[in-house]
Design a protein around this ligand. Sequence first.
Ligand code: BGC
Length: 699
Amino acid sequence: MNRLTLALILLSSLTLGCTSSDECVELGSTCAALEERVDQLLSEMTLEEKVAQMSGTTYISGLYGTEPWNVPGVERLGIPPFEMSDGPRGVGVHDGSTAFPVAIARGASWDPELERRVGEAQGRELRAIGGNVLLAPTINNLRHPSWGRSQETYGEDVHLLSRFAVASVQGLQQYVLANPKHFAANSIERTRFRVDVSLDERTLREIYLPQFRAAVHEGGAASIMSAYNSVNGQFCGENEVLLREILKGDWAFDGFVLSDFTLGTHPNSAVNGLDLEMPTANVFRSLLEQVRSGEVPEEVVDDAVRRMVRKKLQYRLNEPSPVDEGVIASDEHLALAREAAVDGSVLLKNESSTLPLDRSTLTRIAVVGELADAINIGDNGSSNVRPAFVVTPLEGIQAAVGDGVTLDFIGSDGLDSDGLATVEAADAVIVVTGLTFEDEGEGLIGAGDRIDLGLSPERVALIQAVAGANTRTIVVLEGGGAITMGDWVPDIEALLMVWYPGQMGGHAIADLLFGIANPSGKLPITFPVSLDQLPEFDNESLAVTYDYFHGYRYLDRNGTNPEFAFGFGLSYTTFSISNLEASQAQASAGDVVRFSVDVHNTGSAAGAEVIQLYVSYPGSAVERAERELKGFAKVVLEPGETQTVEIGVPVNDLAYYDTSEGGWALEGLAYEMHIGTSSRDLPLSTTLTVQGQRSVSVY
Ligand code: BGC
């Protein structure tokens, strides 16, 4: 940056924001003075300057470089550019940024406060390198675990997704603008540029959109990325219903919408509500001419530019970064990545208390598998991050194992006779296995969608061989989604799902295996026994229908038992829950009812439990889920400790979308509230009566 630019930016920072007005002091907030300033700036821009702000300036080759992706501002008016980067697991454009565990792992923590801190760290790292928009979080509902990008989102449940969307956006926006994506119903890779997803309006409004609404209304998201696919016959990047009617209309979103990259912009995009074409002008190359000829009204351009300038001012993007590059992969951020990997790992099986391993009584441990010493932190798609180092599971175990224990390592997926002898001689065997970028990922170039949900035959054979040779077999499983495992899980003693645990994953795994930390993650998705327990996943057809039911709602309705249920996860300690109480037994629209339970740690280790609240709707006028998540809270307890945990449920969250009225209908019903520790373990129940007739409102 030359001196003149710097001087202009500093000068403008005195006048761009409106910190003199009390209402406008808070980052991200607006006020009359700020809106006036936006209008004034707009009036000072030429049409060319306005249109130029509606496209990025990065060609495809630049997407793989180390510079953020630029969208011009107007230098002479002191309006800063956008400088963007992917994405959900860290700052993608910069070598050496922190690689956090993938989003599905963070969703498995069921701890939105942790996600807020991760968002803050990601935002801090991006701001430090001069970036100001992070293309995250991905908040598409995981309709089917075959989706190649399963790892990028937080799970299959719209309530869980909403809480994580809000947390991530709030964290990120302490430093940069967030960009929840991909709006909407984007969850197939192979046909992603062309597939039309049909949804009836209830399904769209109740299952696929609420997390975006939460990101906007509660999170204050400054921007949204539209999806490649089309919804109900119109590409999302030019979908009038999604962009103009719902997002900017019903939800009164005052931020801006940018396209998914390269193939996400279409002939009617600008008119139908897309404000910014990324990464460079392609469709919008003709926009200037279209405005000059009257084909596109200038108000469309004014509205788009107003939205972008408003966010630049609100978030003071013209001010110098408050942090420097020292924050990148700082000790604090690496510790946070390790904490997130620990908290998102899910203990799925632990026969005879095989775990944690006691280092004082073991003499020989074997670590087995090709992935044990491999760097395996996620796919090679847009969410890729290039950290300076990665602690592999083997390195983590080596660092933690202690002097008195011999560690044998077999780094292949096959066992020869020596390998078999080593496995037989061990006190315990840790098999590190799972999936990699070769099995699943974004797009067509990478592995894409995963049609078979099982492990490769070699990996299954390895687990079976180890389990046949040593009764104390522990599997550490990596991957970005549900894995079917009926052919090997009965044979093993313990199973720890660690997803793609990020650059500090090896240490986190060792912390958990040796009981330095206690697992507290819960599945944010269902692990089915087999594919036929799930709705169809069709990634060949160009027209698919998304029904109301998927995930645990689908299995509950069909009365099928999964391998591991949504919300399930074990601990090294045990908990009991009792004394369910409600702040009120009867309620009306607008109330927030608080449900409390006493949670008691009945075991001998400190640990955390996630209390989950699900609602049933007996007597509803429309078909509802058997039960669905409406609240949760994570509590940390010392051995013997009891705490009262409270979960607030806004009564409006019990409404369904009434398509005939075009609004949310709250029925007068006796709702059943079930509380427990997984979607299939809900020992406590109470009834909440919402009185009166149904009431309808638009939001
Ligand atoms: C992905 C987006 C990503 C963008 C930029 C697209 O292909 O769908 O999620 O932000 O590329 O890398």
